[in-house]
Design a protein around this ligand. Structure first.
Ligand SMILES: [Zn+2]
Length: 448
């Protein structure tokens, strides 16, 4: 297999505490030792990545790939390609498909698709996500499930959740909890507040999320199990997790780009691409999420990529299914709204999108240490560009970010030593968007 040298980039790898201009050698699907005298033979592909950042491949721990069941919206293959387009080299796929991923055979099915990037199955907590009978967690873990979740719906019974935490703990996997009290949600469709009153849409209080977060934290304390809270969206949830961590409870959590970039004010356009669960929150919640990302309360940024067909979303706001696509805009939104604004450093961003989600799931990603799997993301942090519908590789187009100008995006994605996405014409952009001299942009000049 061909060797690849990424030359001249800024290498950021929190796992090895590296932030320096270091060339990276990939050989035999691994990060190889590179130094003076490393032979550059004709089998070596040298890529000039001056001006770009080289990081461990991004890990998106929360995606919905819709296969089996809704292959019109996304397939495991199309979802993997879209993720690679966004600079992601590993995803964890939620089990709320049709049928539910709740048997070893279905776990095996997801795992064996042979995709461009690594796809890790998450298995259901309860059979059919019905909330009643626990799945065979040992057999599912054995088959390759990296975590358990009934995402899309909460586990309503505290007793079932307690048992789930106990069993998951025994098989060494985290429970990923979709925290929502359905009684408090009622028939609500957007965040409760001034915006819902103005929009005349039925409200969902922040408490619908927070009482469930509090319950599951208490159960995590009781059981000592690893609890991961999905898509944290409110100030109260951030505070609960912060306190739990101070107490030493084994809880981690993620948020999604839409919870630090959009507010419930954006819902007043009635654009169905802004209908999501949990709903877009207030400006105060957005600020608290940002603080949580910066201070380590929040461990990961995941997309909650939720493709929906145009027919399903082209209806009245109340009737539209919740969810938006997100793998391709995960990195650009993080760079634009957190790094560019000075909320977090580039290193912290890489931690949140790669190192930490990999460690929560216990998967061999998120590091560029010698001998690591050759999964690499090269991104241009300075490239200003406008999101357009036809830019997305996902089969679905339900993004509220179409038409927005963002700064930074992936230009090269390498999975297991193979290039799985390469920005076409990246070399041409060098002259257009960057000054001459030290900053050469993500100029992907390739020398065979
Ligand atoms: Zn969810």
């Amino acid at each position: 297999m061909r060797k690849i040298i990424l030359k001249g980039g800024r290498l950021i790898d929190p796992a090895t505490r590296t932030d320096d201009y270091i060339d990276l050698l990939l050989a035999n699907e691994r990060v190889a030792k590179w130094g003076e005298g490393t032979p550059v033979d004709e089998d070596t592909l040298v890529i000039d990545v001056r001006g770009a950042v080289v990081s461990p491949g991004l890990v998106d721990m929360h995606v919905h790939l819709r296969e089996p069941g809704r292959e019109d919206e996304e397939t495991i293959e199309s979802g993997a390609l879209a993720a690679a387009h966004g600079g992601i080299t590993a995803v964890a796929a939620m089990p709320n498909t049709e049928p539910t991923i709740d048997t070893p055979a279905w776990v095996e099915y997801v795992r064996s698709r042979g995709t461009a990037i690594a796809v890790y199955p998450i298995a259901a907590i309860t059979v059919g996500r019905g909330g009643k009978t626990l799945t065979e967690m040992a057999a599912l873990a054995e088959a390759g499930a990296v975590a358990f979740s009934d995402d899309g719906s909460p586990v309503e019974s505290a007793t079932v959740m307690r048992r789930a935490l106990e069993y998951a703990s025994m098989v060494g996997r985290p429970i990923i909890s979709h925290c929502e009290d359905l009684n408090l949600t009622g028939s609500g469709v957007m965040n409760e507040g001034f915006a819902s009153t103005m929009a005349g849409l039925r409200p969902i209080p922040a408490a619908a999320e927070e009482v469930a977060v509090a319950r599951d934290i208490i159960l995590a304390r009781t059981t000592g199990a690893n609890l991961h809270i999905a898509h944290v969206s409110t100030r109260g949830s951030v505070e609960l997790v912060r306190r739990a961590k101070e107490e030493g409870i084994a809880v981690t959590c993620e948020t999604c780009p839409h919870y630090f970039t959009l507010t419930d004010d954006d819902v007043r356009t009635y654009a169905t691409s802004t209908r999501v669960n949990p709903p877009l929150r207030s400006a105060a919640d957005v600020s608290a999420i940002k603080v949580g990302l910066a201070d380590g309360t929040i461990d990961a940024i995941a997309s909650d990529h939720a493709p929906h067909s145009i027919e399903e979303k082209e209806v009245e706001f109340d009737a539209a299914p919740p969810g938006l696509i997100g793998t391709e805009t995960l990195l650009p939104l993080t760079l634009t709204h957190l790094v560019e604004s000075g909320t977090i450093t580039l290193g912290r961003a890489v931690e949140l999108m790669s190192t930490d989600p990999a460690s929560i799931l216990g998967i061999p990603h998120g590091s560029l240490a010698e001998g690591s799997r050759a999964d690499v993301t090269v991104f241009d942090p300075d490239w200003a560009w406008e999101v357009s519908e036809d830019w997305f590789l996902s089969k679905s187009k339900n993004s509220p970010f179409i038409g927005r100008t963002l700064r930074g995006r992936a230009v090269l994605t390498i999975s297991r030593g193979e290039i799985v996405f390469e920005e076409p014409g990246a070399a041409h952009r060098a002259g257009e968007t960057h000054e001459e001299g030290e900053h050469h942009a993500a100029e992907l000049s390739v020398h065979a």
